[in-house]
Write a protein that binds this ligand. Structure first.
Ligand code: SF4
Length: 251
C-alpha cells in the first residue's frame, strides 16, 4: 500500500467515525489545561482528572500558584507520577507566566517551551488544543500507533514522527489526528497486546499485514514440513509392503 493511500484511508476512517476528537483531560481555561498537561506526563488522564478539581480550587489562576511553594503544591499532586519534580515545574511555570507573560498562556511554541516542565510535546498540545494550530504532539501512543500503522517510516524519535506526520497529513486534520492516534493507542492499539482482532483499520496497518504475512508463511512452512514427513514415511514403508506382498503370494 502506498503511503499516500494509507494516509488517505486513515483520515477517511477517523474523519467519518470520530470527526471531533477531544482531549480527555478536564479543564476550563488555558492555564488549567497547561497545568493538567504538565501533570499528565507518564501518568494517566484519569488520575489527573481525579486530582485537578481540588488543585484548581486551591490555585484557580497563575497568580495564586506563583506565590505558592513546590512543597505546598506537592500536597495536592502527591498521587501522580513524579510529584516532586512536577510540583517544582508547576511553581516555576506559574511564576514565569505571571512575570513574563502577564498571566496569559502564550500561543507560540517557542514561548511555551520557555516555561519549566513544558517540552515540545506539551507546547504542541497547548498550541493545538487552545490555539488551534496545526501542531502534532507526539506522546508514547502517537509514536507507537503511527509507526505500527505505517504512517511513519524509520522514525526513531518523537521529533521525526512529528515531522513525518505533519508532512503527510492534510493541514486541517493535524489537530484531530493527534487525538485519533492517542485514543486509538489508549483503547485499541495497546502497547503490549494490540487488539488487532477488533481494530477497524487493520486493513491499512503495516504491522498487522506483516503479522498476517508472517503467519501465512509459517503456516505454509508447517504444511510443507508435514507433507515431506508423510512422503518420507511412505517411502520408508515401501520395502515392508513389498515383503508382505511376497509372503502373501507364497502362501
Ligand atoms: S491492526 Fe493492530 S497493530 Fe495495527 S493499528 Fe490496529 S490494533 Fe494497532
Amino acid at each position: 500500500m502506498l503511503k499516500k493511500e494509507r494516509y488517505r484511508a486513515f483520515v477517511d476512517y477517523f474523519s467519518t467515525h470520530q470527526p471531533e476528537a477531544q482531549t480527555e483531560l478536564n479543564y476550563s481555561n488555558p492555564y488549567e489545561l497547561l497545568v493538567a498537561v504538565i501533570l499528565s506526563a507518564q501518568c494517566t488522564d484519569k488520575r489527573i482528572n481525579q486530582i485537578t478539581p481540588v488543585l484548581f480550587e486551591k490555585f484557580p489562576n497563575p497568580a495564586s500558584m506563583a506565590v505558592s511553594t513546590p512543597e505546598e503544591i506537592f500536597q495536592y499532586i502527591r498521587s501522580v507520577s513524579y510529584p516532586n519534580n512536577k510540583a517544582k515545574h508547576l511553581a516555576g511555570m506559574a511564576k514565569k507566566l505571571v512575570e513574563e507573560f502577564n498571566s496569559e498562556v502564550p500561543s507560540s511554541i517557542d514561548d511555551l517551551q520557555k516555561m519549566p516542565g513544558v517540552g515540545r510535546k506539551t507546547a504542541n498540545v497547548i498550541a493545538s488544543v487552545i490555539f488551534h494550530a496545526p501542531a502534532m504532539a507526539v506522546d508514547t501512543h502517537v509514536f507507537r500507533v503511527a509507526n505500527r500503522l505505517g504512517l511513519t517510516k524509520n522514525a526513531n524519535t518523537p521529533l521525526e514522527v512529528e515531522k513525518q506526520l505533519v508532512t503527510y497529513l492534510p493541514k486541517q486534520t493535524i489537530r484531530n489526528a493527534h487525538h485519533w492516534l492517542i485514543l486509538h493507542g489508549r483503547y485499541i492499539c495497546l502497547a503490549r497486546k494490540p487488539k488487532c482482532e477488533i481494530c477497524p483499520i487493520c486493513q491499512i496497518c503495516r504491522y498487522y499485514n506483516y503479522q498476517l504475512t508472517a503467519t501465512a508463511i509459517n503456516k505454509a512452512a508447517a504444511i510443507q514440513k508435514q507433507k515431506a514427513k508423510e512422503k518420507k514415511n511412505r517411502i520408508d514403508m515401501s520395502p515392508l509392503v513389498k515383503v508382505l506382498e511376497k509372503s502373501t503370494t507364497k502362501e
